[in-house]
Design a protein around this ligand. Structure first.
Ligand SMILES: C[S@@+](CC[C@H](N)C(=O)[O-])C[C@H]1O[C@@H](n2cnc3c(N)ncnc32)[C@H](O)[C@@H]1O
Length: 376
């Protein structure tokens, strides 16, 4: 099955769905919101768009986070217009994700949030027109030079494919017992992942450079790592815990070892140096702003104060988030039947892990400016 068909978050609004469990608030990602608003203001100042602004969210998924970011962008556009005494533009919002994404749930959320925003903002409400753009951001999505502002939150760690060369070779599995880079993986595994990320990110930048207008901005937020070595354990808690759960299921005869050995995540957490190096090599953008910050696992689940001090509740929430993100991918390889068991084992492992160490993600935000070049 093609990766595009299984790499989607769990749709709908059920208990395990992405829309239900993964609700960021602007106060949980203040650096990202700050950089986003700053970039919109700079874009406005540089381009002074007359009648309309085209904004695109790449990897929007089906939950409320997409609207949270878009609301911040609308605020920044409104404030820029006020400051520059300009007429407010109309806004076209292009919502992109893979074709398997639950766009229906997303459009429903946008319709209700739009009504709420209209009431709250009154005369300050800016008219906007959302439209869905199904397709991979590793291919062209929009006409040439048609977009002013692109943002993407928590997506670019997804690769276009599992790196080739990781599969089982004859009887020997290259990444035996692991589903991602781990400290027991041979160095070849890190090398293949790193090269795949660099190819993918380069091609992502090249494609966007064709679509975004000169002076346009792009704000990218994704999971990263602080250390140079991708195999350092602090980068890979969750995949390591998931590998442990799968290996236990092999020992108990629930899964075959070959099933685990042949599964690798199409995922990579780069370090900031890699992101900047690829951006420099590709050459269409310069880095206007950057930030690296930690996001506690619990924050992703919007836990209340009680839950933050309760390891069981915390473990359960984090496992739920992971399930909302990973279920379709895991189910397509291991089958639906093992999903409840796998994520209940992950819950137990996360709860234990949290007793000794708080889990956190490292998040990168980079704001890129499309550079003007003759013939570009
Ligand atoms: C963790 S979700 C993030 C969703 C949302 N932006 C947010 O901040 O909550 C990652 C999203 O990226 C999408 N995605 C992954 N690879 C993609 C690709 N090649 N093209 C478009 N979307 C992709 C997934 O389908 C998923 O909806």
């Amino acid at each position: 099955m093609k990766l595009e068909q299984v790499l989607c978050m769990l749709g709908g609004t059920g208990d395990h769905s992405y829309a239900t469990v993964f609700n960021l608030e602007d106060k949980t990602v203040p650096d990202a919101i700050f950089i986003m608003k700053q970039s919109v203001e700079e874009l406005y100042h540089d381009l002074l768009p007359e009648n309309y602004v085209v904004v695109a969210d790449l990897g929007c998924s089906s939950g409320p986070n997409a609207f949270m970011y878009f609301a911040a962008i609308m605020d920044a556009i409104g404030e820029s217009c006020d400051r520059l005494s300009r007429r407010a533009p109309e806004i076209q919002l292009l919502l992109n994700d893979l074709p398997g994404n639950d766009f229906n749930t997303l459009f429903g959320l946008f319709a209700s949030s739009k009504e709420k925003m209209k009431e709250e903002k009154g005369e300050k409400f800016l008219p906007f027109y959302p439209a869905g753009v199904p397709g991979s951001f590793y291919g062209r999505l929009f006409p040439a030079r048609s977009v002013h502002f692109i943002y993407s939150s928590l997506c670019l760690h997804w690769l276009s494919q599992v790196p080739q060369g990781l599969e089982t070779n004859g009887n020997t599995a290259v990444n035996k017992g692991n589903i991602y880079i781990s400290k027991t993986s041979p160095p070849l595994v890190s090398k293949l992942y790193t090269e795949q990320f660099q190819r993918d990110f380069y091609s992502f930048l090249k494609l966007r450079s064709e679509e975004i207008c000169t002076g346009g901005r792009m704000v990218l937020m994704f999971f990263g790592r602080r250390t140079w070595d991708p195999a350092e354990e602090e980068n890979n808690y969750i995949s390591t815990l998931l590998s442990k759960a799968l290996n236990e299921m092999v020992l108990e005869g629930i899964l075959k070892a070959s099933e685990v050995d042949s599964f690798n995540l199409p995922y990579y957490q780069p370090c900031m140096e890699e992101v900047k190096m690829v951006t420099r090599d590709e050459g269409s953008f310069d880095v206007a702003h950057e930030s690296v910050f930690d996001l506690n696992w619990e924050v992703l689940g919007n836990l209340d104060d009680k839950s933050l001090t309760d390891n069981n509740a915390s473990g359960e929430y984090i496992a739920k988030i992971m399930r909302s993100v990973l279920e379709p991918l895991f189910a397509s390889h291991f089958g639906e039947a093992i999903i409840d068991e796998l994520f209940s084992r992950l819950t137990a492992k996360l709860t234990k892990h949290i007793e000794t160490e708080k889990g956190k993600y490292v998040i990168f935000v980079v704001s890129l400016r499309r550079i003007y070049r003759v013939n570009s």
